[in-house]
Design a protein around this ligand. Structure first.
Ligand code: NAD
Ligand code: AHE
Ligand code: ZN
Ligand code: ZN
Length: 374
């Protein structure tokens, strides 16, 4: 720990299942190819809660969580050319190096250039930039946006229009891009198609928006928390279903409602039983189901192979299939042009000091997105 550093307030996850603790941490200045970012705002995504719970096989502690942020470049390390001090940026947990096999494939947004160290909570050189009293603290998903200052690789930053309010477009760093992108890029829902979306949190509601944009004829929203249905309807869901109101499996109900099943379904919860329902509510011969939800260590999906033999397709989607550096700036422009709104999602705002309240609201089903203002 011989690098120069600055002081930063951060919410530290000291261990699985423990509340975050406000700390003043030391943030090492950026090394070659790295960027110091001052975070202006960060959403709280269910994946942060998933990792904090201890269910994430890649969860390491102590760590600074948060991956749905917006910030301003404070300082650049040696060799950084694509962003400069003062640029507005959105941190990317799916970076885009533009030169790895994955980036060059034209088939995926899953850049693998720094995936291994990122999964270990480290910068690409295998070290951390966060310390408390000389003890290292891990990064999270390459972002660590629950810190006033964070360090990211240059390839993990999307430079966006400074006219866009970072307090809103931070949601494009994960939730909204993920839901909209899964519909438009992964499933490629076409006009007139029927859609079922399981889970009306930030991701599922964004999938509703994506389905409306795609011109879907029927958008069935499914949740066990009916307080989510008002917003789902406002955003364009045509039907809202609470599975608890039925004795039969929800897939049977949807198949009957839709003359044989939906064209596309999306699992936005992280529940492997619902992933099965989502697949099996798809139409024989062509129905496609996209898994977006993240399930805990040791969990597995199952169905009868006959479901796939008879033409249903099971897929997954990460960050909506979006390549962050080349495509996210354009999505920000579409937001600025009024194509979709973000403020509907922001049910709560609070300072970093109150971040544990954001997790409580999520677990109680009372929030869509809490946004932390720094
Ligand atoms: P959230 O907690 O805001 O929303 C989840 C919703 O699911 C809630 O409305 C809840 O009431 C509902 N739900 C829970 N159990 C249900 C059940 N049995 N039946 C029907 N509805 C049920 O979460 P979120 O932030 O929207 O994230 C959703 C999932 O997506 C999480 O697993 C998260 O980790 C994952 N995620 C994945 C990606 C990706 O790139 N693949 C990106 C972001 C989030
Ligand atoms: N670490 C977990 C998997 C977590 C996961 O699937 N993450 C999603 C993004 S969730 C954002 O809220 C993702 O992008 N996955 C692709 C990747 O490369 O991580 C585990 O099971 O080990
Ligand atoms: Zn997320
Ligand atoms: Zn790459």
């Amino acid at each position: 720990m011989t690098d120069k550093f600055i002081k930063s307030k951060a919410a530290v996850a000291w261990g699985a299942g423990q509340p975050l603790v406000m700390e003043e941490v030391d943030v090492m200045l950026p090394r070659k190819g790295e960027v110091l970012v001052k975070i202006i705002a960060s959403g709280v995504c269910h994946t942060d809660a998933f990792t904090l719970s201890g269910d994430d096989p890649e969860g390491v502690f102590p760590a600074i969580l948060g991956h749905e942020g917006g910030g301003i470049v404070e300082m650049v390390g040696e060799g950084v050319t694509s962003v400069a001090v003062g640029d507005h940026v959105i941190p990317l947990y799916t970076p885009e190096c533009g030169e790895c096999k994955f980036c060059l494939s034209g088939k995926t947004n899953l850049c693998q250039k720094i995936r291994e160290t990122q999964g270990q909570g480290l910068m690409p050189d295998g070290t951390t930039r966060f310390y408390k009293d000389g003890e290292p603290i891990f990064h999270y998903m390459g972002c660590s946006t629950f810190s006033e200052y964070t360090v990211l690789p240059e390839i993990s930053l999307a430079k966006v229009n400074p006219d866009a309010p970072l307090e809103e477009v931070c949601l494009l760093g994960c939730g909204v891009t993920t839901g909209m992108g899964a519909v438009m890029n992964t499933a490629k829902v076409e006009a007139g198609a029927t859609v079922a979306i399981f889970g009306m949190g930030g991701i599922g509601l964004s999938a509703v928006i994506g389905s409306v944009m795609a011109g879907a004829s029927r958008i069935i929203a499914i949740d066990i928390n009916e307080s989510k249905f008002d917003l789902a309807t406002k955003l364009g869901a045509t039907d809202c279903i609470n599975p608890k109101h039925y004795e039969r499996p929800i897939q049977e109900v949807i198949v009957e409602l839709t003359d044989g099943g939906v064209d596309y379904s999306f699992e936005c919860i992280g529940n492997v039983d619902i992933m099965r329902s989502a697949l099996e509510c798809c139409h024989k011969g062509w129905g496609e189901s996209v898994i977006i939800g993240v399930a805990g260590a040791g969990q597995e999906i199952s169905t009868r192979p006959f479901q796939l033999v008879t033409g249903r397709v099971w897929k997954g989607s990460a960050f909506g299939g979006v390549k962050g550096r080349s495509e996210l700036p354009e999505i920000v422009e579409r937001y600025l042009d009024g194509e979709f709104k973000l403020d509907d999602f922001i049910t709560h705002t609070m300072p970093l000091e109150e971040i544990n309240h954001a997790f409580a609201l999520m677990h109680e089903g009372k929030s869509i997105r809490s946004v932390i203002h720094f």
